[in-house]
Ligand binder design. Sequence first.
Ligand SMILES: Cc1ncc(COP(=O)(O)O)c(C=O)c1O
Length: 395
Amino acid sequence: MDGRESRYQAFLEKLSRDHLRRDLTEVAARHARILKVGGRRYVNLASNDYLGLRFHKALIERACAWAREFGTGSGASRLVTGNLELFAGIERKVAALKNKPAALLMASGFQANAGVLKALFDKTVLGADPLVFSDRLNHASMHFGCQAAGVSQVRYRHLDAARLAELLERHAADPRPKFILTESVFSMDGDIAPIPEIATLAREHGAMLVVDDAHATGILGEGGRGLSDGADLVIGTFSKALGSFGAYVACSETVRDYLVNRCGALIYSTALPPPVLGAIDAALDLLPTLNAERKRVAGLSAHFRSKAQGLGYDTAGSSTQIVPVVAGTADAALQLSASWREAGFWATAIRPPTVPQGTSRVRCVFTAAHTPEDVDGLLEALAVSASTLAKAAST
Ligand SMILES: Cc1ncc(COP(=O)(O)O)c(C=O)c1O
């Protein structure tokens, strides 16, 4: 082996020993419900396409129509010539959905968090290092943005508004600009942050509240509006319930103008391409009509959660379409997901560093494409793995 790569190889070998190595598994998907791996069919419980929109006719047709009319690429960054006539209409729809004066589309949710937070926390603009209060379990892309800005975060216990209040109180006399960062629905736990309480604290302490609404937009809240009411700035993605790709920031006109001038992730990256913009536009038009789908997903998830808990499984604080089944060690989570795969269900084992040590889990996601029979079949597989675990524990 090339000596220059031996350290990387050693790193990979240690990951394998610790059951933490990740690999890219090739999947074939022609439908929101089913995927094929190695020629075998599985019910897909691992996709964030909560409404099954990525195969929806309306999205596909508008994506194709806009590709035909406007081409397959935008040709440049939005500040050069990539700001196609298509953006303004979509941004108006996003601003209305989020009840904000303005919106700005960006390339991806990761890129939005990484780039927008770096720009917001720029101490040369703020005149001081900002004080950033963050939920402990915030998404990696939010940490990335904080790190890029050189911010050391004040982390509070997951979902704990009382603890956040204490920390804000402790820093009440600190004149530095304050921010609070949280997800609305947490991606690996499926639980919901107390946004109204946090928004009240933000107002009382003069802090700017930034909410990542990635896992609520489209699927939760009235008409799929998400759960970000009360936030000063909302970041979200079109890659989950909206069935395609790309991201948005919903905010004031001032913050939008500031980001256009200061957010490197927008300035130095090519604008989203017309087919993707077409899919986004069609999904936004469909959202208000999908109440029945949202209700069905909530029903399937609640049924699964209560039965899984009845079998003795820990589903963390989930109250949404994301239902983790916590296994503990990385190895135990891998074994659990492997046993469900044998039964024809594909759900991914989530391990550190994505989740804290000792909380490895299999993340089950329910979508509008699933049927009650899918949930019952999965519960049967769970019952088998529960009795295997119980037997292993008693020997
Ligand atoms: C909370 C949260 N924010 C941002 C992202 C990134 O979004 P995208 O997939 O559009 O890059 C994700 C998805 O993984 C997420 O879970």
